[in-house]
Design a protein around this ligand. Structure first.
Ligand SMILES: [Mg+2]
Length: 368
C-alpha cells in the first residue's frame, strides 16, 4: 500500500459549555483533520486539535504549517510500515510532534483497515470495553463546583478533575474542600492547575488540603518546579504538560517525582508514542490516562482504543471532549459517554469510524 494523497481539513468546534482553566478559557477550537488516501481502497484518518494557543506549545496554525513540510514527504510511503513513515517524517523536520502524531494516528487507522483488525487489537487487545472516562469541573465558586460534582456523579462519572490556578490560592483551597466533601466512595478526584501554581502556592495548597482525598495534577509550570515541590506535597503528584516525551516520563518515574500521568497522544507521537509510554507505565505500575487536548471523533477514538488496552487498576481513563462541544463526525460510532464510560467505536476495523463523504467540506491543503 502506498500513500497517494494527503488532504488537510479545518473544522471549528463551537463550545457547548464553559471550560475554564488556569491559563485561559477554551474558545472555539479549530481542529485539523488529516485524510490519508492510498492506492488501495482504504483511507486513513488522523486529527489534532489544541484547545488554543494556551496551554499547549502548538496551535492550529503551527500544525498546518508543519503539515506543509510533512505532507509531501509521505507520498509514496507505505502507511502500514509506521516505523518507515516516522523515519520519513523525522528526516524532514525536528519539531512538529503534533502534526506527526496526527499522521501516525491516520496510519494506525490504515493498518487496521488493511489487516481487518481494530486499532485496539493491534495494540495488544482491549482489557476493558467500555473504558472509563473523567469529567472536568471548570474553575468556579465552591458551590458551583460542588454542585457540578454531585450532578456528574449522579450521571455515573467515577473520575472528576477539578481545575485550579490563575486566581487567589484561597479560592482554590475553598473549591477543592467543597468538591472533596461531596466526592463519594469509589470516585477519584484530581485537582489540575494546568501549571497555574508557583512552587510555593502548590505547597501551600496541598498542605492546606491535607487529609482531603485527591491527587494533584501538573501544579507548576516546569518539571523542575514540580520536582522542587514534590517532597513538601501531602498529595500524590501527576504530571501532564511537562511529561512531553518518553525520556521525561522515564525520568519522572525513576526519580519518584511522578505518581502518575495525564498523557496527551498528540504531545508524545500519537498512538506509537503513547504505546511506548503505556508499556513503561505498565512495567513500573504507574497509572496514566489516555487523552488529548481537544478535537472530535477521530482523536477521541484513538484515545479510547489505546485506553482500552491498559489494565483497569492502572488506567486513569480516556478523556474525550465530546461533552463540551457535542459534535460527531460519525453520528453512529462516534465516541460518547454513557454512565461514565466510553465504548470502543464499533464501525469496523481501524479506528472503527465511518466518515460521511464530504463531512469536512473542502480541503484547506492537499499534497500528492
Ligand atoms: Mg491535565
Amino acid at each position: 500500500m502506498k500513500i497517494t494523497v494527503v488532504n488537510v481539513y479545518a473544522k471549528t468546534m463551537p463550545m457547548a459549555s464553559a471550560y475554564n482553566m488556569s491559563s485561559a478559557p477554551v474558545g472555539d477550537p479549530s481542529t485539523t483533520i488529516i485524510e490519508i488516501i492510498t492506492d488501495s481502497e482504504h483511507v486513513g484518518w488522523g486529527e489534532i486539535c489544541p484547545s488554543g494557543p494556551l496551554p499547549q506549545p502548538e496551535h492550529a496554525g503551527s500544525i498546518r504549517a508543519d503539515l506543509e513540510l510533512l505532507g509531501p514527504t509521505l507520498i509514496g510511503t507505505d502507511p502500514t510500515l509506521i516505523g518507515e513513515v516516522w523515519a520519513a517524517m523525522t528526516g524532514t523536520m525536528d519539531g512538529g510532534i503534533g502534526a506527526k502524531s496526527a499522521i501516525d494516528i491516520g496510519c494506525w487507522d490504515l493498518l487496521g483497515k488493511a489487516t481487518n483488525r481494530r486499532v485496539c487489537d493491534l495494540l495488544g487487545g482491549p482489557l476493558m470495553d467500555p473504558v472509563p472516562t473523567y469529567h472536568v469541573i471548570p474553575i468556579g465558586t465552591p458551590g458551583e463546583s460542588a454542585g457540578l460534582a454531585e450532578r456528574l456523579q449522579d450521571e455515573g462519572i467515577t473520575k472528576l478533575q477539578l481545575k485550579a490556578g490563575g486566581r487567589r490560592i484561597e479560592d482554590d483551597i475553598a473549591a477543592a474542600t467543597a468538591v472533596a466533601g461531596v466526592v463519594r466512595p469509589g470516585v477519584d478526584l484530581f485537582v489540575d492547575a494546568n501549571r497555574g501554581f508557583t512552587v510555593e502556592q502548590a505547597i501551600q495548597f496541598s498542605q492546606a488540603c491535607t487529609g482531603l482525598r485527591f491527587d494533584m495534577e501538573q501544579p507548576c509550570h516546569t518539571y523542575d518546579e514540580c520536582a522542587a515541590a514534590k517532597s513538601s506535597l501531602t498529595h500524590p503528584l501527576l504530571l501532564d504538560e511537562c511529561a512531553k516525551d518518553l525520556a521525561t516520563v522515564a525520568k519522572s518515574i525513576s526519580s519518584g517525582v511522578a505518581n502518575g500521568f495525564g498523557m496527551k497522544l498528540t504531545r508524545v507521537g500519537g498512538l506509537s508514542g503513547m504505546r511506548a509510554i503505556r508499556d513503561l507505565c505498565l512495567a513500573t505500575h504507574t497509572p496514566t490516562s489516555f487523552d488529548d487536548s481537544w478535537g472530535g471523533d477521530i482523536i477521541a477514538a484513538a484515545c479510547v482504543h489505546i485506553g482500552s488496552t491498559m489494565p483497569a487498576a492502572l488506567s486513569r481513563g480516556a478523556w474525550i471532549s465530546h461533552p463540551y462541544h457535542q459534535l460527531h463526525y460519525d453520528e453512529v460510532n462516534g465516541p460518547r459517554i454513557e454512565g461514565g464510560m466510553v465504548a470502543i467505536p464499533a464501525g469496523g476495523p481501524g479506528l472503527g469510524l465511518v466518515m460521511p463523504t464530504g463531512c469536512f467540506g473542502d480541503a484547506i491543503a492537499s499534497y500528492g
